[in-house]
Design a protein around this ligand. Structure first.
Ligand code: WQD
Length: 339
């Protein structure tokens, strides 16, 4: 299949491009480069020995999407990664988040449908589930828009509703919404990885920068949660497992709207992740217990069995694989792509 990856030069997009090329498919990247680097295109070529051409521009602009089709089409499918995704930032910039995260979907659908794409895979999130009483989350777990804690998660749930309504009037179209839990890790080559700009919001890149000496110490946001060791639990999934989940979804594409949790189903606490990272580097890391972060849930993790049943996909990597591969990426790229 020939696939257009909107946001394809980003962390998850680049890993998915590698997985698609390795599986014999073709990939074209469309990216504004607001939150990544053009160097990713050559890193993908280095890893796979194949080209994933990069079209630079905003996926929310119909003319930009049209130019990607004109230059590199036709495409069988679109995978839509292009979104702002910082939960905290979204509470400060709701309009920017709703506009960017919805307008990009509208533009990609308008142009993609006009060109007859057969499949639209959407990068969604496990943060669309609104009731902790439902843990472990299945695809049918409660998703109440007004009960979600931030505009980012709400924009993702709104996207899913739009996609479901559009699919209803295009019955031949496949729409697959992949609800990611916590993507971490990096390709074994260490050539591509997570490279957030500024001080990372997320735990894993923050720990990696402490380990490489760019940050002083880890702040553990609360140790008084109702969890075994008191720190927050998340369902961390290796980004290579996640990428392979996208390939499985495309290869199992069939008309209809489908949603799948992509996670391991194994909750890992903050202290457990840090301990895994310390095993990977062979030394302790400086850490301090800090106040809870507003909006954080004590625990979130999924039941991933539907993806295994229907897509034949199951996460393979452990938390030790994830921290080992993050450390390999961080050591080889101490200043990320800018280095
Ligand atoms: C994980 C745990 C924190 C930083 C992210 C993305 C969101 C979504 C889901 C895709 C929590 C703790 C964190 C730190 C800490 N991704 N923590 N010190 O909040 O689950 O959300 O994944 O949709 O977009 O933001 O991930 O890595 O920020 O936090 O103690 O410096 O680590 O309290 O328990 P989160 P995170």
């Amino acid at each position: 299949m020939r696939v257009l990856l909107a946001g394809g030069a980003g962390y998850i997009g680049a890993h998915t491009a590698v997985a698609l090329l390795d599986a014999g498919h073709e990939a074209v990247l469309l990216d504004s480069l607001d939150n990544t680097s053009a160097i990713v295109e050559q890193r993908i070529a280095q890893i796979t020995g194949k080209e994933a051409p990069l079209v630079t521009g905003d996926a929310a602009d119909d003319e930009v999407v049209e130019s990607a089709f004109a230059q590199h089409g036709p495409f069988d499918a679109i995978i839509h990664f292009a979104a702002r995704k910082a939960v905290g930032e979204s509470t400060q910039q709701p309009l920017e988040y709703y506009a960017n995260n919805l307008d990009s979907t509208f533009a990609l659908l308008r142009v993609g449908l006009a060109h007859g794409i057969r499949s639209f895979v959407f990068s969604s999130t496990g943060t669309v589930y609104s009731d902790p009483a439902d843990l472990p989350f299945t695809e049918e777990s409660t998703r109440h828009l007004v009960e979600l804690s931030n505009p980012y998660s709400r924009s993702k749930l709104m996207n899913e509703v739009v996609l479901q309504d559009v699919q209803r009037v295009h019955p031949e179209l496949n729409v697959t919404s992949l609800r990611y839990f916590n993507p971490v890790g990096a390709h074994a080559s260490g050539l591509i990885g997570e490279d957030p700009k500024g001080i990372p919001n997320n735990l894993m890149p923050f720990v990696a920068r402490v380990a490489v000496g760019r940050l002083e110490r880890i702040n553990v946001f609360g140790d008084d949660y109702d969890t075994p060791d008191g720190t927050g639990q998340r369902d961390y999934i290796h980004v290579v497992d996640l990428a392979e989940g996208h390939v499985a979804a495309l290869e199992k594409s069939r008309p209809g709207f489908f949603a799948y949790n992509l996670g391991t189903g194994q909750p890992v606490s903050v202290l457990e992740l840090i301990a895994s990272f310390e095993r990977a580097i062979g030394r302790e890391l400086p850490k301090v217990i800090a106040p809870r972060r507003p909006g954080d849930m004590a625990a979130t993790y999924c039941d991933p069995s539907k993806a295994e049943r229907e897509l034949g996909w199951k996460a393979r990597f452990t938390i030790d694989d994830m921290t080992r591969d993050v450390w390999n990426w961080q050591q080889k790229n101490p200043d990320g792509y800018q280095g």
